[in-house]
Ligand binder design. Sequence first.
Ligand SMILES: [Zn+2]
Length: 428
Amino acid sequence: MYKVNFKIILSFLLILFSNFIFSQKKLTVVLDAGHGGSDHGANRSYADIGRIAEKDVTLAITLKVGAMLEKNKDFKVIYTRKIDEYPSLSDRTNLANRSKADLFVSIHCNSSKRPTAYGTETYVQGPDQNDTNLEVAKRENDVIFLDEKDKQTFGSYDAGSPESLIALKLQQSKYLESSLLLGGLVEDNFVNKDKRSSRGVFQKNLHVLRMNAMPSVLIETGFINHPEESHYLASEKGQDEISESIYQAIIDYKKAIDRKSGSPVIVKKPEPDRLAEVALKNDFRILLLSSPTKYNDGDPALKGLNYILPLKENGLYKYYYGVTNLGSVRDINIKTAKDAGFRNAYAVGFMPNQKLSTGYYTIEVYVGEKLNGNSFVLQTLKDAERNKEDGVFYYTYGKVYSLEDAVKLQKDLEAKGIKNSVIQKVFK
Ligand SMILES: [Zn+2]
């Protein structure tokens, strides 16, 4: 009797406790006040307010953001510095990685040779640094946390397995998407709440962004060498407004992330419909854009999205993002594409393993000047076909009848060193 009761009570407590954990899941935010100590950052002297140094402004704003976040039980705050000292850039990123932070926010002030430059900017990881970042992510593999959806897809993390590498890459593109989300919220607040001028959100190759295994932004809060803006940056009012805007952006960011991952909702109210989702008959890819221009992986035109399949039809390159046969994932993919800036993105159905009844697929392996017989492409693919259109030479290879076979053929070619090829649908 006692045992049974105990079991019931225990499981009741466990349910309560797990609800408690999930509803209390804190977001760990690393706040990084740029520069410090002997590194003053941008600085300038003015007759009325004296010398203003970036390291002091960034620290003041950081401490204000931190004080607000600390009052909120949903957040855990870690500072890279709270006083006038200089942690190296690696100290800062190591701290963030080791503490398994969820978000890294670096705060800076700008300066320019042009005294007329003013306004705010936010930077996120550059388009060309995925490889370094992937190495960091692998090295910091105890930081890797797969959310529920990825866990279902990839199982548990095992460094070195191909599935885990795919999971890592997926996670990376999520970092970038999340960083872009926060960057947009910060800049929106500067414009809408503080009536300031935003220069936008940009991708840039910066150490503190590249070496972090988490979503990261670097905020340039204004120009130290601009006469008016520097006074705003140095003032109590300016620092209050800037920190309030950054704080609000972080709050809204957490709300958006929680909505997306859905973890607190699922724990409290399981959604059997979603768990038992039935696969659709078709695969869905998200059409991002159609263009006569060929963009390779990582091109800024692709706005940082990975998992893109270019498909050439009738002389146009169509760029498709993601592939899934689950309606819920398809909808998330559409949202991801729209959030990245492809406002007109929509889902296109592909019947799996469908053989073309007319025409075929081939692989476009090279576009440009006429290749000579000693070129790598022609040495590797002796029977590549050549076509000339408007003075441009197009080389294609192979003939298959389903998209899946074309993807397989493309992978084989990549293994042989033929990179950036495009699957082409030929109507004949
Ligand atoms: Zn700086």
